[in-house]
Design a protein. Structure first.
Length: 185
């Protein structure tokens, strides 16, 4: 049935609402990208983050070009990805709100490459190696300089709502010795 619907939609342009509905079905983690520029801290809630490769360790981050965080990253060429834990919905909302005093009630570690949220589940400190325009956003390709992870479960985002990860009862993970690929067993 989905194949028939897809075939019918091939020639019809996709509008913004339809696109957002479809991509909303892709569950993602929730991060706050932080940077510092001119002595000012910047941060934004971002779900468009992914690992790129592990040799060297690299990531992709997509930032809206209208954000102050985008300007800070573009100017300094450094940023930190703060991966949020399942209990950090309020922080995610704060950093997603334009004009909010985002750092007012958040403990921050000040590093060489800008602020890092003290209560984040994990973080990756990054140096931009390349960037590209992609519509309203800029895609930053960055090398990871430092990364650490704590314990706990991640905050997730699905169809416009925050939630938490629940492992499937039948899934087990296996890492192969040859390529370190993770696969379902």
């Amino acid at each position: 049935m989905l194949e028939d619907q897809m075939e019918q939609n091939v020639l019809r342009p996709l509008n913004k609402s339809e696109f957002r509905n479809v991509v909303g079905h892709f569950a993602s983690g929730v991060t706050i990208v932080t940077a510092e520029y001119g002595g000012v801290h910047y941060g934004a809630t971002i779900s468009a983050v992914t690992s790129l490769c592990d040799t060297p360790p690299m990531v992709l981050v997509c930032l809206n070009q209208n954000l102050g965080t985008h300007a800070a990253v573009r100017n300094t060429r450094h940023f930190t990805i703060n991966i949020l834990g399942e209990d950090q919905t309020a922080v995610a909302h704060t950093f997603a709100t334009p004009g909010a005093d985002k750092f007012a009630d958040v403990a921050v570690h000040h590093g060489e490459h800008g602020p890092r949220l003290a209560e984040a589940l994990a973080y990756l400190t990054c140096r931009v190696v390349d960037d590209f325009e992609g519509g309203t956003h800029r895609i930053f390709v960055a090398q990871v300089l430092d990364a650490r992870a704590g314990t706990g479960n991640p905050l997730s985002y699905y169809r416009g709502s925050f939630g938490h990860f629940v492992p499937h009862r039948n899934a087990t993970w296996r890492t192969t010795q040859t390529d370190n690929a993770i696969s379902y067993k």
